[in-house]
Design a protein around this ligand. Structure first.
Ligand code: HEC
Ligand code: HEC
Ligand code: HEC
Ligand code: HEC
Length: 425
């Protein structure tokens, strides 16, 4: 939801500025929802609430298409449930904007998303009007978790090889559209292969990168551009057409959603409501007797105690941890002069922006990847030790930090061997 109010106002202003003569499509390349704490095939209530507000927010404003990325699947599974589907769609129009050509419901309890969408726009500049039909195809890679487990099923969907899926669908899309855009939740390298193997594709918008503000690249007939995964930027891809209606050029730029851009009042109201609702749900989860499921700390204002506390009862585990790289994660940032960079500290400390680490001055006891970064806030457990605290799903919990960008060689079994502790040790 971050930046929604500015994005909405920017897009409205763009449409207004061009007098409605330059058609604009508002697309999303994937990774809209969070699968944070997706354990035993369920998302906890506060995460459901967060995702529900995203759908609500996006339904109010004029999205044209959105790709279902791998991490979107647990919540997409809720949206696409057959049970109550028509009712849901009538309330949340955004559901119909979701597209994926390579995810398929694993059973008949869910509706398949549209493999592609066709959007028509009118080109009005230069005197004559011309209709252009745009085919939009969604694709996702199978996440690392599945690759590691040699599976192709997640959250009740099977994930077909995206290269095969696109080959199957392209002839049909080509017959209905003048140009083709692929929204691709995959690496840039995979997108290059996609372009090289499929000359029908005009544009590939790649998500799945930490951030990029590079020039678009050209492979085969396609222009590849990267969606910045932070909501701080809107990527703008402009098409220039020749007289015969074919594309002459595609140029991108990234517009910073900084305070110069006013908030759209209606969107701001939704964001505020979303924030309140999420915070309430989070408090409920924290206060209920059931500890929030542990993964990257859950939610826990003031509920993190630090590893020294755990050490008083778990000496063995503490010794193993002390000798691991996790215990030196802050020193690593300091060596690189990045200890104050918020884009870095999140994975190198305990519970950043989740009620844990705030700064080196105020919360020095929560630096490094300590016990509670994996087991969740431990205050209640340390006061009254009981079974049931601290289960961490693996490898899901690990790859929140050990993602492709920051830990390209991550392999659960070899990595776990290095930090193995507890009963499993
Ligand atoms: C006062 C002593 C004490 C402290 C402090 C303590 N623990 Fe424990 N912990 C225990 C005991 C005792 C058990 C076993 C409970 C049982 O089996 O009934 C346990 C169990 C666990 C378990 C396994 C839970 C399960 O379901 O089997 C984990 C994980 C754990 N502790 C992590 C931690 C972490 C992380 C900290 C620091 C935040 C911590 N503990 C602090 C005493 C403590
Ligand atoms: C909160 C983020 C976070 C989580 C969750 C996390 N790691 Fe790490 N891990 C790191 C960071 C940061 C480093 C680099 C530490 C350094 O060297 O500065 C690291 C380093 C490692 C290393 C290399 C260091 C060594 O001791 O050899 C291993 C192995 C490892 N992690 C295994 C795991 C496994 C297995 C899991 C899941 C059970 C996991 N990690 C979960 C952040 C995390
Ligand atoms: C998404 C989580 C995440 C973020 C964000 C992150 N790191 Fe890390 N970092 C890790 C993990 C996980 C490792 C361990 C990688 C491994 O050993 O496979 C690591 C390791 C490192 C290492 C040690 C690499 C080595 O080979 O010894 C350095 C240095 C580092 N990070 C610096 C940074 C800096 C600087 C930033 C911010 C620009 C940053 N990290 C942001 C998770 C993260
Ligand atoms: C990188 C993530 C990570 C860190 C850091 C970490 N653990 Fe664990 N721990 C796990 C995982 C994964 C397991 C095995 C699965 C589970 O029980 O959650 C485990 C298991 C345990 C168990 C045994 C639970 C059981 O039922 O067998 C205890 C106790 C424990 N950890 C305590 C600690 C303490 C104390 C620290 C800090 C000194 C710590 N852990 C640091 C991930 C971590």
């Amino acid at each position: 939801m971050g930046g929604l109010a500015r994005r909405v106002s920017y897009i409205k202003a763009f449409r207004h500025r061009s007098n409605g003569e330059v058609p604009a499509l508002y697309l999303d390349a994937g990774n809209l929802f969070t699968d944070e704490k997706f354990i035993n095939d369920q998302l906890p209530p506060e995460i459901l609430a967060k995702n529900r507000w995203v759908v609500k927010g996006y339904s109010e404003f004029q999205h044209d298409a959105a790709n279902i990325g791998f991490a979107d699947l647990p919540y997409a599974a809720e949206l696409l449930k057959k049970d109550g589907y028509e009712q849901r769609v009538s309330e949340l129009s955004f559901i119909k904007k979701l597209t994926s050509a390579n995810i398929h419901p694993a059973d008949d309890s869910k509706i398949a998303p549209a493999p592609y969408l066709i959007r028509e726009v009118m080109l009005k500049r230069g005197g004559t009007e011309r209709k252009v039909r745009i085919g939009i195809i969604g694709l996702t890679e199978a996440g690392q978790i599945l690759v590691a487990q040699k599976q192709n099923r997640y959250a009740g969907f099977t994930i077909e090889d995206p290269f095969q899926a696109v080959k199957n669908i392209l002839p049909e899309v080509k017959s209905k559209a003048d140009m083709i855009i692929v929204l691709a939740y995959m690496s840039e390298d995979q997108a290059k292969n996609l372009a090289n193997g499929n000359p029908e594709i005009n544009t590939i918008i790649v998500a799945r990168q930490l951030s990029s503000t590079n020039e678009p690249q050209h492979y085969s007939n396609a222009t590849i551009t990267v969606a910045n995964n932070q909501t701080k930027y809107v990527g703008e891809l402009r098409y220039y057409f020749k007289g015969d209606g074919t594309i002459e050029n595609q140029i991108n730029r990234y517009v910073g959603m900084d305070p110069v851009i006013p908030d759209d009042p209606a969107a701001l109201e939704i964001v505020t409501n979303a924030h309140n609702d999420f915070t309430n749900q989070q408090n409920n989860a924290t206060q209920s007797n059931i500890q929030p499921t542990a993964m990257l700390g859950g939610s826990g204002n003031g509920l993190f105690v630090g590893a020294a506390k755990c050490a008083s009862c778990h000496q063995e585990e503490h010794k193993i941890w002390e000798n691991s790289g996790h215990a030196r994660a802050m020193a690593t940032l300091q060596k690189n002069g990045q200890q104050l960079n918020n884009a870095c500290v999140g994975c190198h400390v305990v519970g950043f922006q989740r009620g844990g680490f705030q700064s080196l001055n105020t919360t020095p006891q929560l630096v490094n990847v300590q016990c509670e970064a994996c087991h969740g806030p431990g205050k209640f457990h340390a006061e009254k030790p009981q079974k049931g605290y601290g289960f961490m799903a693996t490898p899901q919990g690990c790859v929140q930090c050990h993602d492709k960008t920051n830990s390209p060689n991550f392999n659960f079994s070899t990595y776990w061997t290095k930090i193995k502790h507890g009963k499993a040790a």
